[in-house]
Write a protein that binds this ligand. Structure first.
Ligand SMILES: [Zn+2]
Length: 320
């Protein structure tokens, strides 16, 4: 059953690449993408040199720039050759022509509405269940979404992001478990360079309620934002959803804006927080160090104090 579902999505990619040369070339190019590994205490970070991601990493997402360009996720501006499939909740499946994953989809709403999690968690849960075998992810409007004006998720095959397997060992540390009900468990992971809140649930309803509680508390801590700054990963496997939430405090690190040799053109989003740093420039791929990686996570993700407040919210949660 699951295999058939996966095949359906992979067949869609193959069909698309028969008719869209740009996309086919970029998927073939993935075979040549270079990667290297950094080993930390109990986990790794992969670094991928992927020049086709330049437009995404350097996307101008300020209001003026967004207003001045045609939205590339709206039907009327998409290339004619780009096909789509319908997904629940008025979302569409599109092949991402600038892939990081071997199978990489963009999942926009059919409506041109702003990128927001509020009101769209149910869609995320439903689509993740339908796309078992894929990692669904959401980049907040100030956390790496290159179309902050058009609601969308992305998806890539599971097994690519290190966080998936590392979580299974990180959660063995019993101190990390902060919530348990009949259907749901939540862990807060601290010693992972970036703070992470992980949720495993058999109940869509309770999963959504808990994420909304966390986001609501985080919104109080981070007033004045269009929404609390987060990246969110979501998979469905064997009757359970697993989500990894990365609360953020900054969009891009100082290295992004530095000049000359100090510059590192890295704009962290879900994939980077999941353990794969994307470097569109060869020079950055070659010079990046373990200490740069730690420094970038430190700048863009929340500190101990904020994690403690979010943990308290989860611990005090009582289902209605
Ligand atoms: Zn649009």
């Amino acid at each position: 059953m699951v295999k058939q579902k996966n095949d359906r999505f992979r067949d869609f990619l193959s069909e698309q690449n028969h008719t869209w040369k740009l996309s086919a070339d970029n998927y073939r190019g993935l075979d040549l993408v270079e990667e290297k590994l950094f080993h930390f205490d109990g986990f790794i970070i992969k670094v991928q040199f992927n020049p086709e991601r330049m437009r995404s990493s350097t996307a101008k997402v300020d209001q003026g720039s967004i207003a001045a360009r045609k939205c590339f996720l709206c039907h009327e501006n998409r290339p004619e050759v780009q096909n789509s499939r319908n997904l629940p909740h008025d979302f569409l499946l599109l092949v991402n022509p600038f892939p990081i994953f071997k199978t990489h989809f963009t999942i926009p709403s059919i409506h041109h509405v702003p990128q927001r999690l509020a009101g769209n968690l149910e869609a995320m849960f439903t689509i993740a269940r339908q796309m078992e075998g894929f990692q669904l992810f959401y980049n907040g409007p100030e956390c790496g979404a290159s179309a902050p004006d058009h609601l969308h998720f992305q998806a890539g095959e599971t097994g690519f992001l290190p966080v998936e397997s590392e979580f299974l060992s990180l959660r063995q540390n019993t101190d990390t478990l902060i919530f348990r009900s009949a259907t749901t468990k939540i862990w807060a992971i601290d010693h992972y360079l970036r703070k992470m809140i992980s949720i495993e649930t058999e109940s869509q309803e309770q999963g959504i309620q808990l994420i909304e509680e966390i986001l609501s508390r985080f919104g109080e801590i981070q007033p004045g934002k269009v929404e609390p700054m987060v990246n969110l990963l979501c998979t469905f496997k064997e009757g359970k959803w697993i989500l990894h939430l990365f609360p953020r405090k900054l969009h891009r690190p100082t290295q992004y804006f530095a000049e000359g040799n100090d510059q590192l053109l890295i704009s962290p989003a879900s994939v980077d927080l999941g353990g794969v740093f994307i470097t569109p420039r060869r020079e950055d791929f070659e010079k990046i160090t373990a200490s740069d990686i730690a420094g970038i996570f430190d700048q863009v993700t929340i500190d101990e104090n904020v994690l403690r407040k979010l943990k308290e919210t989860v611990k005090n949660y009582r289902s209605i």
